[in-house]
Design a protein. Sequence first.
Lengths: 184, 160
Amino acid sequence: VAPTPSGDAPSGELLLQVRAGDDAAWTALTRRYSGMLWAIARAYALDDADAADAVQLTWLRLVERLDRIRRPDRVGAWLAVTARRESLRLARQHGRDQAAGEVVAAIPASAPGPDEVCVERERLRLVMTAIQALPARCQRVLRLCALAPGYAEVAAALDIPIGSVGPTRARCLSALRDRIGGLM
Amino acid sequence: VNPAMDDDELMAEVRAAFTTFDAVPEPVLAAGRGAIARRVPAAVPADLIVDSHGALSGRRPGHLPRRAAALRGTSRLLTFKGADLAVEVEVTGTGRDLEIVGRLSPALPAHVRIRHLDGELTARVDRSGHFIVPGVPAGLMSLVFRLPDATSIVTSWVRL
């Protein structure tokens, strides 16, 4: 039987392979979830250094708990909860009010490049500007929905009921659509 | 941007915007990939159960306001508990030069590695279970004990 390409394997299977010593499975897990973990740290208004710290500690916690994760199939939600806790701890230490904080980094100035790259970048800049005009809660939900593999992870990351993820996502996308319309 | 696009198309634009303007930095990705090298197979885990800094757990000494540092002293007590064993650690000092004084109980002669993000330090644990390690950098830290019977004990990561 040919091995499943680890890029497509369910996360629970990847975790079991990591336990058995498969480093490629670990690489696949980090590729799948690093974007989500970074988004969680940002959702709690951490700067670059603290966000890097929170993501790093989340991976080290998984390594330290590898053999004790009871539900390997829910490793994504476990990572999200762990990243939320570590991010909140760092945010509190630095006295930030995460509810009031800017959750999206400033958009860097435009860099010169081939025309099609510029056009693409300008379009995304418009999207980003519209996102930044949304309430903080919508910014967080949209970012997590964009970068987490599923609703279970989004709910765990933001500590909201899983049933509210879909409706909130729809409401925030609708608000985003209005903002984009207003910018054009 | 076409405002008439459906939810999934719009979400794809949101994803592209975030990965363009706030991508995960490559060193963060590399640190994640490299974290698996910190695994100690078959080790007995010892989890943090007491931290004298309590709610301040993990606050870097360098960030401690001077008043609070004076009130609390600069010493921090940590207790890790594993199956049938405990590790008590006192951390003193500030900034990049901390000192760890610890005790392993039950007392066993052992070898201890103090792992941090830039490398590790090593020390002997004497017959009474005591060990002392100067020059520990602030930041994330985990201890690994190697016992005479070749078993290992690994503590959870803490932020000094």
